[in-house]
Ligand binder design. Structure first.
Ligand code: ATP
Ligand code: MG
Length: 159
């Protein structure tokens, strides 16, 4: 781990507007594009895109606003999503497959199966979800780059 901190490269931070279903998925698409252009493997891109899409949707569906940051290090990708909003009163319950508080409107748009957070868990190599009820939610997850081609240019670009 030592030395890795020096190589952390904040690639980009994106703003997510709560309730804005018109642009739903645009941030995960942008993250996907960055990773594609950087030359990461399709496995890393797929896992990151799935988890990022679910995280983005949850801010759109349940929060007032949020920021999603992508960090790239030689050993892992890290996504941090912080939002302001109602927060999650019971994180363990929210993590359960099928649990959802989605409104009628969200269901009509095809979301609200209660699978997003477990989808994030299943497609990442570590996830932390914390929330202050009434204030907001902090989610972060890692995608390991073990076995990835170390000649990916971004990893050598320096911070
Ligand atoms: N950022 C958030 N702010 C407030 N509540 C959240 C947030 N993210 C998730 N939740 C709560 O956790 C529940 C479960 O989230 P999860 O993503 O697993 O399922 P879902 O969003 O309800 O449905 P799906 O993701 O399958 O469309 C949500 O219904 C909501 O109550
Ligand atoms: Mg969800």
């Amino acid at each position: 781990m030592s030395g890795a901190e020096n190589n952390i490269h904040l690639h980009e931070m994106f703003h997510i507007a709560g309730g804005n279903f018109t642009n739903a998925g645009s941030i995960s698409s942008q993250v996907k594009k960055i990773l594609k252009e950087a030359g990461f493997s399709s496995r890393v891109i797929r896992r990151t895109s799935i988890a990022t899409f679910e995280a983005e949707m949850n801010v759109i569906c349940y929060a007032s606003r949020g920021n999603l940051s992508l960090f790239i290090t030689p050993d892992f990708l890290k996504i941090v999503v912080e939002d302001e909003g109602i927060g999650i009163p019971d994180v363990d319950l929210a993590m359960q497959e099928g649990y959802s508080t989605a409104s009628e409107r969200i269901h009509e748009l095809g979301f609200g199966a209660g699978m997003g957070l477990s989808n994030i868990k299943n497609n990442t190599d570590g996830m932390i979800l914390t929330s202050k009820f009434g204030q907001g939610t902090h989610l972060e997850f890692l995608i390991s780059l073990e076995g990835e081609d170390k000649s990916v240019p971004l990893l050598n670009a320096g911070g």
